[in-house]
Design a protein around this ligand. Structure first.
Ligand code: TLP
Length: 345
């Protein structure tokens, strides 16, 4: 039986060029700042985001947490979307480790935070209120089915933040998907954010890691938090080498994942009993709701046909296209979903 894993782009295997680069990586102790491959990766990552500096971290979750801890102190408040990854899936890190209060604003279905609601969530200076110290955006937006925030919208949020003296952190786990969708350089999407985190281990297919980018002073401070979280690494050039190959060779091909996601969404929409809007798919994430069948049962039955998708809670399931998924895999997945929705013969 053909096996097709559409749970996430985190399941990607390193490319042959990545394995070769890892094998050959020049390495040193990054604790002393002596790993040339990590140093190179941090330089290239910062440059790609149009920032002064970057720090290599173990994961997107760590990148977001280090950023929030660097921007906010104990008792401060961070504003983010109620569908954001940080709010849903990062185990309450800001509260657990930083005593930082999270305030949510309802995400619109397109992944934005409506500007009037965002403005209303920024607290006035009053000794009964926590201080609003940070706004977090997410681009592309995972739980909003991979929606792309436009440059114009991002600029409006930055202008609002500046007006109130509140910096913006961008969770750009899949920022290159957004850049490819818009046909612009990722630095133009990251440009105005005071900090941005992007992942090597998603669509770029590297096995591990993320970069947190910002000003030189911000990254110096962020390095202290990474250390406090136990995230300082040693001969990390072995994994940084694969991340560099990801940046150099895996960005443009993301368009292929977006095309496959569109084919998948169109095919799913034609199957009775599934709720989704294929015309709204922009990148590599397709979220749908099986009607009249609990999502866990749908996923179990799908797995019997060799196809894996992810439980997205609240009755939703998620399919993500990525490197290693070909058009034939999409066709196989669609046939499997058809069989599941038809039920036993
Ligand atoms: N998301 C994972 C799961 O945690 C849901 C996935 O499969 O999509 N920001 C965004 C927008 C993300 O989607 C993710 C990972 C992260 C941050 C965290 O990255 P990691 O998994 O490297 O900690």
């Amino acid at each position: 039986m053909r096996h097709v894993d559409l749970r996430s782009d985190t399941v990607t295997q390193p490319t042959p060029a990545m394995r070769e680069a890892m094998y050959r990586a020049e390495i040193g102790d990054d604790g002393y700042g002596e790993d040339p491959t990590v140093n190179r990766l941090e330089e290239v990552a910062a440059e790609r985001m149009g920032k002064e500096a970057a720090v290599f971290v173990a994961s997107g979750t760590m990148g977001n947490l280090v950023a929030i801890l660097t921007h906010c102190g104990r008792g401060d408040e961070v504003v983010m979307g109620d569908e954001s990854h940080i709010f849903w899936y990062e185990n309450g890190g800001p509260a657990t480790l930083g005593g930082i209060h999270v305030r949510t604003v309802a995400n619109a279905p397109d992944g934005t935070l409506p500007l009037d609601k965002l403005a209303a969530a920024i607290r006035p200076d009053n000794n009964k209120f926590p201080r609003t110290k940070l706004i977090c955006l997410e681009n592309t937006h995972n739980r909003c089915s991979g929606k792309v925030l436009s440059r114009e919208y991002s600029a409006e949020v930055h202008a609002l933040g500046r007006e109130h003296g509140v910096p913006v952190h961008l969770d750009g786990a899949r920022l290159f998907n957004a850049a490819v969708y818009l046909g612009i350089d990722a630095s133009r999407l990251a440009g105005e954010a005071e900090s941005v985190q992007f992942c090597f281990s998603k669509g770029l297919s590297a096995p591990v890691g993320s970069a947190l980018c910002g000003s030189g002073a911000f990254i110096q401070e962020a390095r202290r938090w990474r250390q406090a979280l136990g995230g300082g690494m040693r001969q990390a050039g072995v994994i940084a080498a694969a991340a560099l190959v990801g940046l150099e060779t895996m960005v443009d091909r993301l368009a292929e994942d977006h095309e496959n996601a569109q084919v998948l969404a169109d095919g799913l929409a034609a199957i009775p009993g599934l709720d989704l809007r294929p015309e709204e798919i922009q990148t590599n994430i397709v979220i749908c709701r099986p009607l009249a069948m609990p999502s866990d049962l749908f996923l179990r039955r799908l797995a019997e046909h060799g196809v894996k998708a992810a439980n997205y809670w609240g009755g939703l399931v998620r399919f993500v296209t990525h490197y290693g998924i070909e058009r034939a895999d999409v066709d196989h997945a669609l046939k499997a979903v058809q069989a599941v929705m038809r039920g036993p013969e």
